[in-house]
Design a protein. Sequence first.
Length: 264
Amino acid sequence: MSEPVLKVDNLRKEFGGLIAVKDVSFEVGKGEFVGLIGPNGCGKSTTFNCISGLLQQTSGKVEVFGKDASNMQPDEIQNLGFTRTFQHTRLWREMTVIENLMVPPRQQFSPNFLQAVFQPFSRPAETQRLQKAYEILDQLEVPHMAHNMASELSGGQSKLVDIGRSMMGDPELLLLDEPVAGVAGPLAMKIFNNLRRIVDETGISVLIIEHNMDFILRQGVDRIVVMNEGEILMVGTPDEVRSNRAVIEAYLGAAGEEEGGEEE
Ligand SMILES: Nc1ncnc2c1ncn2[C@@H]1O[C@H](COP(=O)(O)OP(=O)(O)O)[C@@H](O)[C@H]1O
Ligand SMILES: [Mg+2]
């Protein structure tokens, strides 16, 4: 694997008596597209929350770009070149898509963010930012949505805009929490295809949470980290995961049955 941009080492998170994440270790290399997969409640979002500094881990270590981020605040980790999205997308409903891209993500709110948002777009920095927002919509193949109100978007379109928003800070490492949950099949595949292309074209690294094993096996990720009940079941390429007996027993039957049951 290429040099790791993210190194999770024996990460553990307890909530009272509940061990949500149990000594989890894995790495994401530079320019890698990695899936983090497991059923609901297995500890995926908690792992993200510890990595991004929103939760203090009980024990273990997180390294981002070779720096010990175990005790950093979210904005410090962000400044290293890291961005994440949340499982429940919250856009500014009364703003257009392009305006939503101009607002920094929640984690990036700085004291002067209101000033940054409401300054006239004619200022050079703002004009540059606006141009970038359009470029990102192009990359995600939704330039036509720029002036739609966020409140008019479908669940899947909202997720796409949320990904676009997370790309505004030029992250080197992007963590996406179930960006296609509840998104209809064709749009979900398009989101993955676009992410694959962005990873290949820009060399950024993406770690993406998904709960449907059967789906992620077909989406062209480089490696998959499989979690189960707070633990790592295995880490491997889609082919390795597909043929792993423990994974087949724990997941593949159930994941197949889930298919087609997702709402838009
Ligand atoms: N803030 C919290 N306080 C207490 N328990 C939590 C908290 N966050 C998550 N949990 C519990 O930790 C476990 C893992 O949750 P989570 O990481 O959200 O799973 P996943 O994202 O894989 O669906 C679940 O049992 C959940 O109820
Ligand atoms: Mg989750």
